[in-house]
Design a protein. Structure first.
Length: 532
């Protein structure tokens, strides 16, 4: 008896709209959810470049909110999108008032300038938008005060200067804003000193000029065990200077935490990407002769976790992220290339999750994002870059998207209910706005492995027999999914063991998930179809 394919259309990726007609890409970035809509920046040459758009997941509901700047050269150059209450705040340039603070409630009429902070065509260039104590704090320029710390509740009246820290028209230029429950930390981009604010004028002060922060790279502010840590450098000419090390904020100012200098005093720790996971502070650092590797700090001592690449740097790819009690990052050596790694802070517990692109070619693991209880990231297994997913530290990564003759990326991935919105591209439409409807329970199903399901043979060429665990009894349901979670086949099984003839199924060679269900019990395994 031939098996019929049963597709779940709601789980197939689909392009929502060709925003920039033809093969040209719309360059969608800054996706931000607002209620049941997604606000983002996109380009459409029929109107102008770089304007705010909105989508509700339908073609008709995907529209440009407002042509803020009719210029076809720059458009509004919007950036710094931040959801606040029932609006999304952002900076934009309308060609008349300069770059100023704007907001949108997801409607065209509700897309308006909040305040012309720097009057006339002078730009206030609002940046570093961050939530703190129920308001949005940011840096902005005014001719009388220079670039200083401002705050807003989303109205013109509430948009005010917090403090003119550097007197007169000179600027402090707040950068790398970092908020704890009761303090807002930032640096002055001109002098690289450390500042702190409690949200009031009197409480916004210079905290320390005893360390240089953000001169060469991000400050990497992180809160760990109730204290704020950061990447800092001793002042030039310091008698006991140790270069760039791990520092922390203290009651009286700042304190250097590490003093790791090696290789004839030429190699300093240079901690970057500070990330807290499972009660430990992780970062990338360097100690001669090991190169740049993964490090961990437990509140007392900082040590290298593992020499991932003994022949040089560990090729850490620029991100560390904590997911369900474990640290995930990209790293590699000459044997595997750069792949996804996991660490619990011990050498034995630091290892590659999967060689997604087999061999010494890197899969290019980038752009991790956690949505719900799933970790998503972009990677290439040799068939093109797609979004991959990981549902638990113990599971294996699987493809979430598989765009025909194209690819997707997770740097722009958001979810509203069961709908995921993301960037994807193909040769016909360029990179545009796509979506996929899939529930979290569907994702979890693909990684469930509570019972052993044996398949013989595997890899499969023409047919296979599934050996069912003893506690699963007929009637059974046999299901086959692709790596994105798309249900391809479902069949009732009343005899054991199930024997499946692939010649009656139109499945391409590749990796699939086989699931056998009996009531609430199920068993699952991967199968590889090699061709038939």
């Amino acid at each position: 008896m031939a098996l019929m394919l049963q597709y779940v259309s709601g789980q197939q990726p689909e392009m929502i709209k060709d925003i920039n007609n033809g093969t040209a890409s719309s360059y969608i970035i800054y996706m931000t959810t607002l209620g049941n809509k997604v606000i983002f920046k996109a380009t459409n040459h029929e109107y102008s470049n770089n304007e705010p758009w909105v989508t509700d997941g339908t073609p008709d509901g995907t529209i440009m909110l407002r042509e803020i700047n009719p210029s076809t050269v720059t458009g509004s150059s919007m950036f710094n999108l931040l959801r606040f209450n029932n609006d999304v705040l952002f900076s934009a340039y309308d060609g008349v008032n300069g770059s100023e603070l704007w907001k949108t409630d997801g409607t065209s009429s509700g897309t308006v300038m909040v305040k012309d902070i720097a009057p006339g065509n002078t730009s206030s260039q609002p940046g570093e938008l961050i939530l703190f104590k129920g308001a949005v704090y940011f840096s902005a320029y005014h001719p009388d005060t220079g670039t200083e710390l401002w705050k807003t509740l989303g109205t013109e009246e509430s948009t005010v200067l917090v403090a003119n820290i550097t007197e007169g028209a000179a600027s402090t230029k707040p950068g790398y804003l970092f908020a704890t429950t009761d303090k807002l930390y930032f640096i002055g981009l001109d002098n690289h000193n450390l500042y702190v604010s409690d949200g009031t004028e009197g409480g916004t002060i210079l905290l320390s000029d005893d360390v240089t922060i953000g001169q060469l790279d991000n400050a990497f502010f992180t809160e760990y065990n109730g204290e704020v840590y950061f990447r800092g450098t001793d002042l030039p000419g310091s008698i006991d200077g140790k270069g760039t090390q791990l520092w922390k904020v203290t009651a009286g100012g700042v304190q250097r935490v590490t003093a790791i200098v090696t290789g004839d005093n030429s190699t300093v720790l240079d901690p970057c990407h500070l990330t807290v996971s499972a009660g430990k502070l992780f970062f990338t650092g360097e100690e001669y002769p090991h190169g740049n590797e993964l490090w961990v700090y437990d509140g007392n001592t900082a040590v290298m976790v593992k020499d991932i690449n003994p022949s040089g740097h560990g090729n850490l790819g620029g991100f560390l992220i904590s997911f369900r009690g474990k640290l995930f990052f990209s790293a590699g050596d000459a044997t595997t290339g750069v792949e996804l790694w996991i660490s619990d802070g011990t050498e034995s517990g630091t290892k590659p999750v999967k060689d997604i692109y087999p061999g010494n070619i890197s899969s290019g693991v980038v752009s991790p994002v956690i949505i719900g209880d799933t970790l998503f990231f972009s990677a290439n297994n040799g068939t093109g870059g797609e979004i991959w997913m990981l549902t638990s530290p113990e599971s294996q990564p699987q493809k979430f998207t598989d765009i025909p003759d194209g690819g997707a990326e997770s740097s722009e991935l958001v979810r509203i209910s069961k709908t995921y919105f993301f960037n994807a591209g193909d040769a016909t439409y360029g990179t545009e706005l796509w979506k996929m409807n899939i529930s979290s329970s569907d994702i979890k199903t693909l990684n469930h492995d509570s019972r052993l399901l044996r398949v013989n043979p595997n890899p499969i060429r023409d047919h296979f027999i599934a050996e069912i665990p003893g506690d699963l009894t007929p009637p059974l349901k046999l299901s086959i999914y692709d790596a994105t979670g798309l249900l391809l086949l479902q069949k009732d099984v009343n005899t054991l063991p199930p024997a499946i003839d692939l010649n009656t199924i139109d499945l391409k060679p590749g990796i699939y998930i086989l699931k056998i269900t009996s009531g609430r019990k199920n068993a699952i395994t991967k199968i590889v179809i090699s061709g038939h």
